[in-house]
Write a protein that binds this ligand. Structure first.
Ligand SMILES: NC(=O)c1ccc[n+]([C@@H]2O[C@H](COP(=O)([O-])OP(=O)(O)OC[C@H]3O[C@@H](n4cnc5c(N)ncnc54)[C@H](OP(=O)(O)O)[C@@H]3O)[C@@H](O)[C@H]2O)c1
Length: 248
């Protein structure tokens, strides 16, 4: 199937490592040029850039804290100079603390909201006006299913990301006339190493498909939403989660 992504410039946040890197690799294999965003993982981001260069697409690393709009604006200028106009964005960056609400001091909850909620607004406010001018664009936001089901130990990131779901649905209504699609991919637990066997065994019992996800389980959905096959899909939330939650 031709996904129609060849030659598109795609910004993927948090692409130095983890799932962001896998998304970048799979989009590059479809011929897309990649802006590899990182925050602190410079060495990893340079590794990702090396892998993508070997695939043969245009690629550059870009650093920014997505919670700071001035850093996003600086990054946009750098991307324009190095790669040109960004066609599509996957916001995969995120940050969460695992504790219950009453374990937080008030000054500890701001960071999750700044990254997981305001980060999305900062990126869209900076990059989407050009997509509107271009009358084409796609924005995909990666969240966890905790944002839809609630999770007492992920209460703050879940709340911030639930806000982005509502924000993107409203935005999708506004920018649809400019041929821009805004969708959310909501994940169950993805094993990227580092979880002990005992813990994995305990968690996977809760999954109807009896295993945790792996990055390849996620990249298929992201690629599909970036492709021209998804040009008539907007304002939606797709769970990729081994059946862990089934939200109608
Ligand atoms: N793994 C799972 O089971 C799971 C489940 C549900 C949802 N998710 C979500 O899926 C996404 C990818 O997951 P992952 O496990 O691959 O995560 P990860 O390795 O922790 O990656 C998150 C990325 O976010 C970036 N980031 C953090 N704070 C930032 C900031 N202030 N500004 C810019 N970037 C920032 C980090 O960049 P640097 O490394 O460069 O600092 C990091 O690469 C995340 O949004 C995560 O919350 C993951």
């Amino acid at each position: 199937m031709n996904l129609g992504m060849s030659g598109k410039n795609i910004l993927i946040t948090g692409a130095g490592k983890g799932m962001g890197r896998e998304m970048a690799i799979s989009a590059a294999r479809e011929g897309a040029n990649i802006a590899v965003h990182f925050h602190t993982s410079k060495d990893k981001a340079l590794e990702t850039v090396g892998i993508l260069r070997d695939i043969g697409v245009a690629v550059h690393p870009f650093q920014a804290d997505i919670s700071q709009i001035d850093e996003i604006q600086r990054m946009k200028n750098e991307i324009h100079a190095q790669l040109g106009h960004i066609d599509y964005i996957v916001n995969n960056a995120g940050w969460a603390q695992m504790k219950s609400f009453f374990q937080y001091e008030p000054d500890e909850w701001r960071k999750e909201i700044d990254i997981c909620f305001y980060g999305v607004l900062n990126i869209i406010h900076t990059f989407m006006p050009d997509m509107i001018k271009n009358q084409a664009g796609k924005f995909i936001n990666i969240i966890g299913d905790s944002a839809r089901t609630g999770d007492r130990k992920l209460i703050m990131s879940a709340a911030a990301r639930n806000g982005t779901v509502s924000f993107l649905k409203s935005l999708a209504r506004e920018v649809g006339e400019s041929n821009i699609q805004c969708n959310t991919v909501s994940l169950g637990m993805v094993d990227q190493g580092g979880l002990g066997e005992d813990l994995i065994h305990k968690i996977r019992k809760q999954y109807p498909l009896k295993r945790l996800g792996n990055p390849e389980d996620v990249t298929g959905m992201v690629l599909f939403l970036l492709s021209e096959q998804a040009d008539w899909i907007t304002g939606q939330v797709f769970s990729v989660n081994g059946g862990h939650s089934m939200i109608g």
